[in-house]
Design a protein around this ligand. Structure first.
Ligand SMILES: [Zn+2]
Ligand SMILES: [Zn+2]
Length: 203
């Protein structure tokens, strides 16, 4: 079962995709949040001092999961990401009147609590990290589609070479299926984007 982890304010949230059973998000000190399979939308997550939202977005005909803290996308973490505490008298770089809550793990900026929505990175570093994630998801999606098309095409050409009608049929079937899946996903994305739904924000 694929799992995704996010760290917010030294707490670990773990999402498990149980396929046909749907998705479960484990939140420390809270009953788990359950979402039915293949459902796009946004769910508020009970969490102290932060507005956390779990969002499911379209990735062709698959679903991708995003966690937002105070409106900022939280980067995923393989290992727990602990807050680098600032010295007691340290001040926020953007708000000198506020005490620093954390030192950004990437750029070393001192950040007050609103300036570090996950308690680990400053907001600009969070945005860069999640941009990288989305770009990688997009690359993987493209790779998946090209691999499926290449496989279908090679089966089709082998069938044509050896005059095997079964192989030709299988090859055409695989090509049509990959194109239908991709086309349906792209159309749905376009419709959702035209209606400004948040589900289409992760192309
Ligand atoms: Zn930073
Ligand atoms: Zn600040």
């Amino acid at each position: 079962m694929p799992t995704i982890r996010w760290s917010v304010d030294d707490q670990e949230l773990e999402l498990t995709d149980r396929g046909a059973l749907g998705v479960k998000l484990a939140v420390p000190g809270q009953p788990p949040l359950a979402i039915p399979p293949m459902t796009l939308g946004a769910w508020p997550v009970p969490f102290p001092e932060r507005a956390l939202v779990l969002r499911t977005v379209r990735n062709l005909n698959a679903v991708r999961f995003q966690l937002l803290s105070d409106g900022h996308l939280v980067p995923r973490s393989r290992a727990p990401r602990r807050r680098m505490r600032a010295m007691d008298d340290a001040r926020c770089a953007a708000h000198p009147e506020l005490a620093a809550y954390a030192v950004c793990l990437r750029c070393g900026t001192h950040a007050c609590k609103p300036c570090t929505p996950d308690g680990v990175l400053c907001a600009p570093c969070m945005a860069r990290a999640t941009d990288d994630e989305i770009a990688q998801a997009r690359r993987l999606r493209r790779l998946g589609l090209t691999t499926a098309l290449a496989l279908g095409a090679s089966v089709l050409f082998t069938g044509l070479l050896v005059h095997g009608p079964r192989l030709v049929e299988t090859g055409i079937g695989a090509l049509v299926l990959s194109l239908v899946v991709a086309g349906r996903g792209l159309l749905a994305e376009r419709r959702e984007r035209a209606r400004h739904l948040p589900t289409a924000m992760d192309p």
